[in-house]
Design a binder for this molecule. Sequence first.
Ligand code: SF4
Length: 349
Amino acid sequence: MKAVTVPFFISHQGCPHTCVFCDQRTISGASGVLPASEDILARIELWRATSGSRPLEVAFFGGSFTALPKAIQAELLLPLQPLLNNGTLDSVRISTRPDYIDAGHVEWLSNRGVRTIELGVQSLDDTVLASSGRGHSAAASLNAIDCIKNNGVNVGAQLMPGLPGDTPVTSLHSLEQVIAAGADFLRIYPTVVLAGTELARRYGAGEFAPLSLERGISLCTLLLQRAMQADVPVIRIGLQADCGLDVDHVLAGCWHPSLGQLVRSKLYADLLCRYIPPGKCVTVSCHPARVSDVVGMKRNNLLTLAGRGVQMQVIQDATLKKEELKVTTEDTCTIYSISKDITYSIHEV
Ligand code: SF4
C-alpha cells in the first residue's frame, strides 16, 4: 500500500555551496525557518486523521538535510521517535547532497527511522558537475549510493538533464550509471533558469542555452523509457510548483506544471502512431491510472491519431499493467508495452 507522505520543506540553511541553478538563497528569507517540534507533530496529526489505513511517512524535502548541523538534524528527528515506536508513523525520508553522506551518518539516520534517502546527483559527468558549481564529483554520488544501500536504506537519485555542458548522451549515461549503481527510484528535473541565479546571468549573457520544453520532453521520454526498461520507477518528472519553486521566477528552460503527463503522453502517442495503420477504427484499453496520459492533454493524442485518419476510443481495463495498451480492431487484439515495443535513439533527441 502506497504511503501517505507528510511533507516538510527544509530550506538549504547551512549549505555552503552555490550551484549555478539554485535560488535557495533568494527564497530562504521566506522559508528558512525550520519547523518546531509542535508544528511537526500537529501536521502529522492532521495528515494521520485522513490517511485511513495507509502507512504514514514524514519527508524532509527541498534541501540538504545532512548538511544541517547534526544537533538540528537530531532536533528534527526527535519528535518522530515516539510515533515510530508506537506505530503511528512508519518511516522517514530525507533529501541531501551526495558529499554529505557517509556510512556512519547513514547508520545514525537509519537508527532514527530514516528509510529513504534521496540524493541530488544531478549528473554523473564531472565536467557538467564542475560547470554547474556543484562542488562534488560523480564518484561522491556513486559512493553515497553505495553507503546508503549497504545500510539497507532505500536510495533515490535526482537527475537534472540540461545543465551547463550536458548533452542527451551525458544525461543518458548518468541515468544508466545511477541505475547500475542500484538506485531504487529516480526523479528527473530538467534544468530551468530561475531569476537571481548564476544560470540566469549566463542565460542573459548568451553563455547558456537551456533545453526548450519540446526538446526536454523528447529527452525525458527517452530517459523515462530507459528507466522503465530497467524496472526502476521514475516517481516525478519536472519541478513541483508547491515545493519551493516560485513559477514566477522561471525565466527559461524545460518547465511545465504537468511535464510528467506530457512525457508519458508522448510515449503512448508514439506507440500508437507506430502500430495503428492510418484509416483504422480502434478501441484502446489501458490501466485506469493512465487514461488521461493515453488521451493526452487537451485530447492531444486523440487529435494526433485523428489527423492520421484513426478513430480511437479509450477505455479502462484494470487487468492491464500501467505500461500496457490493448489495441482492438474489428479483426485483431494486441497488447503493446511502452517499455518494450518502442525504442528511441539518442540521436532523435
Ligand atoms: S546543494 Fe542544493 S541547496 Fe545547496 S546550493 Fe546546491 S541546489 Fe542549492
